[in-house]
Design a protein around this ligand. Structure first.
Ligand code: ADP
Length: 191
């Protein structure tokens, strides 16, 4: 199975690129953020916990996240040639469980969508009106998410960069189509 992992800061275009790639490649798209936003609509203790964390710009606990991804990968294996991971792994603690999910013969292409911080904030504020995402609606939450990304996810990106496993696509100043075309070309060259 092919694993395509997209990294990028909040507002960096991971979700949009992942959707476009999944369509082009006929792979399945896993956005852990979408899964958690759906789960947060149920007002039981877990739903309320997840909603609280998202609205506060913090991550969902690793054990909950890993369980979601494990189930998704197990179910998708027999139905799809590949999975586009949009938002996982996001902490160093998620890396080992992620690697354990890969069988012999599976390939993993790891891509960072790099976007300048200034561009992120204006993109996110714009999205708040369009997508009704509560975590985009205040500058404070956006800044907190960027901080969470730097503290918890940059070390994961460095982990892969140190092993020469990371490719970078620059997203600043490009349209979603340009970014997705470049990413597609890169993936095709690597598989
Ligand atoms: P963004 O691009 O702003 O990071 P996402 O839709 O990818 O948005 O994620 C939204 C929220 O979902 C995150 O802020 C976090 O609370 C939660 N989340 C998503 N993926 C993970 C993950 N792998 N580990 C922990 N929390 C996650």
């Amino acid at each position: 199975m092919k694993f395509i992992t997209l990294f990028g800061p909040p507002g960096g275009g991971k979700g949009t690129t992942a959707k476009m790639l999944a369509q082009k490649l006929a792979y399945v798209h896993l956005s852990t953020g979408d899964v958690f936003r759906e789960r947060a609509k149920i007002s039981d203790p877990l739903g309320l916990q997840i909603k609280g964390l998202i609205d506060d710009g913090r991550y969902v606990p690793d054990d909950i996240t890993v369980r979601v991804v494990e189930e998704f990968v197990t179910e998708s294996r027999s139905h799809y040639e590949g999975i586009i991971f949009d938002g996982f792994p996001r902490t160093l603690e998620q890396v080992r469980p992620f690697e354990r999910l890969q069988h012999q013969g599976d390939t993993n292409v790891i891509i960072l969508l790099h976007v300048e911080e200034k561009a992120l904030i204006s993109r996110l504020l714009k999205r708040a009106g369009e997508d009704q995402r509560t975590d985009d609606s205040s500058l404070e939450t956006i800044q907190k998410r960027i901080e969470t990304f730097k503290t918890l996810t940059l070390p994961v990106i460095e982990h892969y960069a140190d092993r020469y496993l990371l490719s970078t696509i620059v997203g600043t100043g490009k349209t979603p189509e340009q970014v997705s075309d470049e990413t597609y070309t890169l993936i095709s060259a690597m598989m």
